[in-house]
Design a protein around this ligand. Structure first.
Ligand SMILES: [Zn+2]
Length: 80
């Protein structure tokens, strides 16, 4: 399955709804990360028996984007 990371542009960050402005990555013990969002991670997964492939998009902070990149052996996009 494919994994992609995209860096959010300044314009995109301004337009983000409140919920997406902070990383909601679980920190353990039910706590959420709450750092500022800087990237989106895109993860392909197969839904149901029909085998349709869908993208799961998650808004994450720099730290969690780095962890995602390391885990899936992909590059973090450089700053513009
Ligand atoms: Zn985070």
């Amino acid at each position: 399955m494919t994994h992609v990371i995209k860096r959010l542009t300044a314009a995109q960050l301004v337009d983000l709804p409140e919920w997406y402005r902070y990383c909601r990555h679980p920190h353990g013990r039910g706590a959420l990360c709450d750092e500022r969002t800087a990237f989106t991670t895109h993860q392909q997964y197969v839904t149901g028996r029909a085998g349709r492939v869908t993208w799961r998009v998650t808004y994450v902070c720099e730290l969690h984007a780095r962890r995602f990149a390391m885990l899936h052996l992909i590059e973090l996009p450089a700053a513009e």
